[in-house]
Design a protein around this ligand. Structure first.
Ligand code: TYM
Length: 381
């Protein structure tokens, strides 16, 4: 059972109890009340409830490893922007420790501010969201990673499908660095330090989310109920495929990816060369193109247009040329607007550092609080 510290039923408080107001960051507009009068009585229960509550409703991270693709937007950022518009205060960060698993630290640094500009130009509003850089809370993140890593075996980490694939395709155990092995544990540290409730990620991150959930459960079982179990926010665009149909759309496969930095001509060329499907046939590639078209469309009428073309296609009409034209138009419009916003955001060089400075405050507070509690239960203070 989860609840805030102010949950009367859980804490068994009476109306006459004397309340003290404490700030709380789950909802920036809310205040949390705790008793002074019956503090002792409630102490044990409170510890449990305090530990188990979520601190952040929505959290996601992106590695600064290069220009983002529309798949990064659809898989991770679009759900954040959507929920933010419904009143949720999200937390997003730049995962620079994750980036250095297979990039030079200096390269990650080069892209860091760009990812923040991308988040904002894509719709993350720093007035509502906390935006931070993972290495700005390096001490907490790395300490917690070490404390968590004790609870998963090397064999288990070697079985994580992303690592298995990497070792099969483009890395060898002899040369791959050991941070790669710890990748999912580091991710668990990000999520559990913030006690995040929902994490929107693409399909490639689902196995890592399972490691996070596993570590939270193991920790709770061994040391008491410290962590609420985070959930993956299920989104439609979990797996956007490469335009050419070979695997997922990814920064590492530039020919099949639409980058947020692509100009109109490049977009047209890439979509022209994209694979679709024969009349009347639906396949994964076409389904993925439809997700891109609908996900980037600005208006309902554009989405209806996409739907109408797809219905015509399903009934055997040769409309893939028309579909590609519409897709090109939608992507070009989306990117044009994004690129204009991004140019504006990056005009003032002091803006991004100020967003990060402000955004890390909540993340740091969460991390320090969580790590303090962890150290206490471990008697490692
Ligand atoms: P990264 O930078 O590789 O990717 C950022 C986000 O984009 C999603 N994504 C996709 N979604 C749908 N279709 C695709 N083809 C596609 N390609 C990428 C990714 O799933 C991801 O959500 N490990 C994370 C960063 C991270 C993180 C975290 C995320 C570190 N700690 C804690 C959430 C919570 C990563 O590699 O992102």
């Amino acid at each position: 059972m989860l609840g805030g510290i102010g949950n009367r039923t859980l804490l068994n408080l009476s109306k006459s109890d004397h309340f003290r107001i404490m700030p709380h960051n789950l909802d920036k507009n809310k205040k949390i009340y705790t008793t002074v009068g019956s503090l002792k009585k409630a102490q044990t229960q409170r510890k449990e409830v305090f530990a188990m509550r979520y601190k952040v409703e929505l959290l996601t991270g992106i590695r600064p490893t290069g220009d983002l693709t529309v798949a990064n937007y659809l898989g991770a950022v679009a759900p954040i922007v959507e929920l933010q518009s419904q009143g949720v205060s999200p937390m997003v960060f730049v995962a620079d420790f994750h980036a250095i698993t297979d990039n030079e630290p200096a390269t990650a640094r080069q892209y860091t501010h760009g990812v923040v500009a991308d988040y904002i130009a894509l719709g993350v509003n720093p007035q509502k969201a906390d935006v931070y850089l993972q290495s700005d809370i390096a001490g907490e993140v790395t300490t917690f990673t070490a404390l968590l890593a004790r609870h998963v075996s090397v064999a288990e980490l070697l079985r994580v499908p992303t690592l298995k694939d990497k070792l099969k395709n483009n890395a060898r155990p002899e040369t791959a660095n050991a941070l790669l092995l710890l990748y999912p544990v580091l991710m668990a540290a990000d999520i559990l330090l913030n006690r995040a409730k929902k994490v929107p990620v693409g399909e490639d991150q689902l196995a890592h989310m399972e490691v996070t959930r596993l570590l939270a459960r193991r920790f709770n079982k061994r040391y008491g109920e410290l962590f609420p179990i985070p959930k993956v926010l299920q989104v439609k665009s979990l797996r956007i495929l490469s335009l050419k149909g070979e695997g997922k759309m990814s920064k590492t496969n530039p020919g099949g990816a639409i980058f947020l930095t692509d100009d109109a001509k490049t977009v047209a060329k890439k979509i022209k060369a994209a694979e679709t499907a024969f009349e009347g046939v639906m396949n994964d590639k076409l389904e993925s193109h439809i997700l891109v078209a609908k996900g980037l469309a600005k208006t309902e009428s554009e989405r209806d247009e996409v739907e109408a073309i797809i219905q015509a296609h399903k009934s055997g009409k040769p409309v893939m040329g028309q579909f590609k034209q519409l897709l090109t138009h939608i992507v070009q419009n989306f990117l044009e607007e994004f690129q204009a916003k991004r140019a504006e955001i990056t005009r003032d060089p002091s803006y991004i550092p100020s967003v990060l400075e402000e955004g890390v405050k909540v993340a740091r507070k969460n991390a320090i609080e969580t790590l303090d509690e962890v150290r206490k239960v471990l008697r490692f203070t």
